[in-house]
Design a binder for this molecule. Structure first.
Ligand code: ZN
Length: 282
């Protein structure tokens, strides 16, 4: 399988890094983990189209993990793509209804596109048929401890301590052909993620601060530093470790180099920091 980084950033508006988005291509499927702002642009830059996405999997519903969701679903629909399978914590069903339902915020747009004769003619000229259905992503609300089976792949979910109890937050493993990819979501250190990440071929772990950075005790507990993440990767026997979810100040040369140095020293192997549009074979 192949990982493409479509968003290695945070909620900060930042030209270098879109908000969270990670594409796994496995067999015939394109599984997008999270869909933060800028992810659709990076998907296009990577040479792919919205309608190629078969699954969207949300770790949690913080805005920086879902701001491009409606855009992606709408664009895939506009291309005439098949409905996307959407997996994520509640209330992703209610949110989807809020965008694409009969009274959703996009309902006037969708009525105009599907009911006005001029728009119908454009659709017919593009090979479509009438009546034109509205976007209908297939929603499955998921929680921790679930197994989701796909065509030649399997996703397992675990708790990711982060923004509970307001948001359910998940981490994922995706296994296929004996290879294992693990995405931490925005997880604090915990046994659940550690169990999930055991023997990962590639561990993609969020990193919200550098070692020694001043943060509140509450925040420190939820945001492992590069050296703590490196130590985690070593404990679970990860094949390789990729840090992501970087904020602007963490890209200052001293912080960036320090993060690699600290994480690599703790891991015992070279650690990389994800950059938008990078690709990794797993
Ligand atoms: Zn978050």
């Amino acid at each position: 399988m192949k990982l493409t980084i479509l968003g290695s950033g945070s909620p900060e508006a930042y030209a270098r890094r879109a908000s969270s988005g990670y594409l796994i291509e496995v067999g015939e499927d394109c599984v997008l983990f999270d869909c933060g702002g800028g992810v659709v642009d990076n998907l296009l830059r990577s040479g792919r189209q919205p309608s190629q996405i078969t699954h969207i999997v949300f770790s949690h519903l913080h805005s920086d993990h879902m701001m491009d969701y409606a855009r992606l679903v709408h664009a895939a629909w506009d291309e005439g793509g098949d409905p996307i399978q959407v997996l994520g914590p509640a209330p992703i069903g209610k949110i989807t209804e809020g965008y694409f339902g009969p009274n959703g915020v996009l309902s006037n747009d969708l009525r105009a596109r599907t009911e006005l004769p001029q728009s119908q003619q454009v659709w017919l000229a593009r090979g479509g048929t009438l009546p034109r259905p509205w976007p209908a992503p297939v929603i499955r609300e998921i929680g921790r401890g679930e197994i989701i089976s796909g065509d030649g792949w399997e996703i397992k979910t675990s708790l990711a301590p982060h923004a509970q109890p307001i948001l359910e937050c998940l981490a994922f493993s995706l296994t296929s052909n004996g290879k294992k990819f693990v995405y931490s979501g925005d997880a604090g250190l915990c046994d659940d993620v550690e169990t999930l990440a055991q023997d990962a071929d590639l561990l993609l772990h969020w990193c919200y601060r550098v070692d020694g950075e001043k943060v509140s005790p509450e925040m420190a507990e939820m945001t492992p530093s590069p050296s703590e993440i490196g130590a985690l990767a070593k404990r679970v026997g990860a094949g390789s470790l990729l840090l992501t979810h970087f904020r602007k100040h963490m890209d200052d040369q001293k912080n960036y180099d320090g993060a690699i140095e600290k994480a690599s020293a703790a891991f015992g192997k070279p650690v990389r920091i994800a950059e938008d549009l990078q690709q990794f074979d797993i």
